[in-house]
Design a protein around this ligand. Structure first.
Ligand code: S3P
Length: 448
């Protein structure tokens, strides 16, 4: 007999997730695996497509975002087998060989697809591309990658003074630059490094704090030469390498594991073991933040798989404490701030999140989304210009809330609902499929 009632209501293309929390007896128990890392999945598909020979990918995320990447690169000549998490085969076309697509490339909801791909497209001489995305992506800032690409000599046009998609790109030979990025963004860094592949000479990116380094690791594995200065957060790539297809094993996504880490930590008497999670140090800010909050989380069975550190994460319920999350930690947990806001509601005292203005230009304005929706549930969340101030310890009440079409908001609200009295209805819950298609079924299983 399930102790919680989770139902899905489909209304046209929209899905309502209804969580009717039982009065007592709810706890989350069991072992689980989370889907493949989204960032690594995009990069494996892209590098596989531009390398020589065959790339195999095990553990690829089968979500809407990697589908967008695969479809774009198929349209430019790469042969990519049907996506599945067992094994995907990519027959690469070789560096500089992207074919002019017959139609507009559609990156869907995926900022990583659009921004990383722009570096590759802009540097393909004589090839013309048009790129678009969904309503959310068409409103997200692209000038952060277009400006450095223009400094390299790129020809890109777009709406609002070349800052918004749809974008038109006339590929051309680019010049190397040293780009000092004003923001710590792996998408900006990776876009320039990918453009640098096609450039004669060395291209360098320096960022104000270290962002995720999956591109650096995977480019090296495929045969590119990089030099990395951890002191100054600088990466240099040598142009025109020979990239050779590889066997990539994608670890579980710590950004997806984060929902279970917080659910296990806040729902009384829970214990979960999340297996095979990527614990690359540029991504483990969530573990450090939860440690500051005194969560009971242990890393077990730590190992390195295909160049990425991996561990099993065990979480047990316990009382959390408020903390401050800011500074260089932010890029290392940027996608986990919505779920950390949920954790903070159940912590003693105040949690302050600062230096996180980037959240306003993610798939939704995640600061407004989380503050407004958690407050609707009775939370005490104050929106700051660059963060949130959350007072823990108020009783959450089941309410009608919305996902803002954003996968991480939908899943964060579902976790909040586990500790809210009565019934919570989350509209637009289908957004979870962007990064975690099995989220709802896994939630049902763990609550049984
Ligand atoms: C990503 C980088 C981050 C992150 C996004 C994925 C990547 O974005 O928020 O979900 O795969 O490079 P920014 O580079 O904009 O911070």
């Amino acid at each position: 007999m399930p102790v919680t009632f989770i139902t899905i209501q489909n209304i046209e293309n929209q899905q309502n997730l209804i969580i009717n929390r039982p009065k007592s007896g709810l706890s989350l128990q069991g072992n689980l695996k989370v889907p493949g890392d989204k960032s690594i999945s995009h990069r494996a598909l892209m590098l596989g497509a531009i390398a020589q020979g065959e790339t195999t990918i095990q553990g690829l995320l089968i979500g809407e975002d990697p589908r967008s990447t695969a479809n774009c690169f198929r349209a430019m000549g790469a042969k990519i087998s049907e996506l599945n998490s067992e094994q995907v085969t990519v027959r690469g076309i070789g560096l500089g060989q992207l074919q002019e697509p017959e139609d507009i490339l559609n990156a869907g909801n995926s900022g990583t697809t659009m921004r990383l791909m722009l570096g590759l497209l802009a540097s393909h001489p004589g090839v013309f591309f048009i790129v678009t995305g969904d309503t959310s992506l068409r409103s997200r800032p692209m000038s952060r990658v277009i400006k450095p690409l223009q400094q390299m000599g790129a020809s890109i046009w777009g709406r609002r003074g070349n800052s918004l998609a749809p974008l038109a790109i006339q590929g051309t030979a680019l010049q190397p630059i040293h780009y000092y990025s004003p923001i710590a963004s792996a998408q900006v860094k990776s876009c320039i490094l990918l453009a640098g592949l096609m450039v004669e000479g060395n291209t360098t990116v320096t960022e104000p704090a270290l962002s995720r380094d999956h591109s650096e690791r995977m480019l090296q594995a495929f045969g590119a030469t990089l030099s990395i200065d951890p002191e100054t957060h600088s990466v240099t790539i040598e142009g025109r390498p020979t990239l050779k297809g590889q066997n990539v094993i994608v670890p579980g996504d710590i950004s997806s594991a984060a929902f279970w880490l917080v659910a296990g930590a806040i729902v009384p008497d829970s214990e979960l073991l999340i297996e095979n999670v990527g614990v690359n140090p540029t991504r483990t800010g969530i573990l450090e933040a939860l440690e500051m909050m005194e969560a009971d989380i242990k890393l077990e069975n730590q190992r390195v798989v295909a160049g990425e550190p991996v561990a099993d994460l065990r979480v047990r319920y316990g009382q959390l404490k408020g903390c401050t999350i800011a500074g260089d930690l932010i890029p290392r947990l940027i996608d986990e701030i919505p779920i950390l806001a949920v954790a903070a509601l159940f912590a003693q005292g105040k949690t302050v999140i600062r230096d996180a203005a980037e959240l306003r230009v993610k798939e939704s304005d995640r600061l407004t989304a989380m503050a407004s929706q958690l407050n609707r549930m009775g939370g005490k969340v104050q929106e700051l210009s660059d963060g949130l101030e959350i007072t823990g310890g108020t009783l959450l009440k089941g309410s009608e809330v919305e996902s803002y079409g954003d996968h991480r908001i939908a899943m964060s609200l579902a976790v909040a609902a586990l500790n809210a009295t009565g019934t919570t209805t989350i509209s637009g819950a289908q957004a979870a499929a962007i990064s975690y298609p099995d989220f709802i079924t896994t939630l049902q299983r763990l609550c049984d």
